[in-house]
Design a protein around this ligand. Sequence first.
Ligand code: ASP
Ligand code: MG
Length: 411
Amino acid sequence: MPVGLVVQKYGGTSVADPDRIKAVADHVAFTRNHGNDVVVVVSAMGKSTDNLISLANAVSNIQPGREMDMLLTAGERISMSLLSIALAGIGIEAVSFTGSQVGIITDTIHTKAKILEVKGDRVRDALSQGKVVVVAGFQGVSTDSEVTTLGRGGSDTTAVALAAALNADVCEIYTDVTGVFTADPRIVPQARKLQRLQFDEMLEMAGVGSKVLALRSVEFARNHNVPIHVRSSYTWEPGTWVTTDASEGAAMEDPIISGVVQDASESKVTVIAVPDRPGVSAALFENLANANINVDMIVQNVSLDGSSTDITFTVPRTDLARAVQRLEQAKSDLKFAEVKSDTNVAKISVIGVGMRSHAGVALKMFETLAGKGINIQVISTSEIKVSVLVAAEYTELAVRALHTAYELDAA
Ligand code: ASP
Ligand code: MG
């Protein structure tokens, strides 16, 4: 292993109990003893963030963001100090810090703050004294000097942001899977672990339902060119590298599609008989944007009689009730006939940078689904992704069929 500065992030399952924490301490010691400087970012133990949220729910429906952040940051404090204690037990000098102490400066939006700046002075000082530094993930301090959290899964972002600020050689993300797979192995047993992946692909995967890395952490890694190595804290085997453009030689043999991802977290909304005149779509979506509801896939049918058309789109299931309510309120203004919704849908996406240089990728997707008798309800695309919305009961059939069609099955 080359000597350098390594940032290692351990997720909740990796520090779930004393034995897991001791295993992590051993691996940190191993990395340190090979001459590397090591900065560790930890998540809260196991389900402890969920448990803290349940406690809040048990005492009140009204949950001020500031107090929720004070509460939830406690989870990561427990794991950071326990890991440092475990390191002391095996003779490694370590020091733990909160996000605030290391100068992770965020905006003032409690419970989903964005990082504005990482100072990191105390980390650099401690490293120069030969210590391992353990930092609480998922948290920072706002420009108003209040403690903030970065949103669920935010420890990944802490790790990448620190790696960028410290100019680390790699940001290793340790989790309970061995890497990023060509499909969810619970659905496709022949799914393969990807050796490497480009930031753009990982970004698209995280955006369409892959849970391996938090979306914001990948954005951060791409913007600051921080190589990420996703790997397992159970097997410690090499995992998946997420980097900028793949090395040239290997690119020739790259598959066109890197992965198939399913997402059951969205619902479909159809607005029936929307007047077909300029400005109506804008007004309709403005209503949703004002309520902070993210619209994803959109189709507008051609109007048959020239006077009205149906518009179909998807929203996060958690926002469905609010979206429908907003639209109902706008009904008399916008003069459409009806709003319908369907929660029984799944989005299936195929992703790969190879699409940039190969034609017929979408066609193969549509033919494969047609061959299985699966009806496509909505389609959306990007330069390196094709997504379709199908009835939820076809999720597994669709993912397996596509995985085979794009020749991703392990030999
Ligand atoms: N503990 C936080 C959560 O459960 C942050 C993280 O794990 O990344 O969302
Ligand atoms: Mg996580």
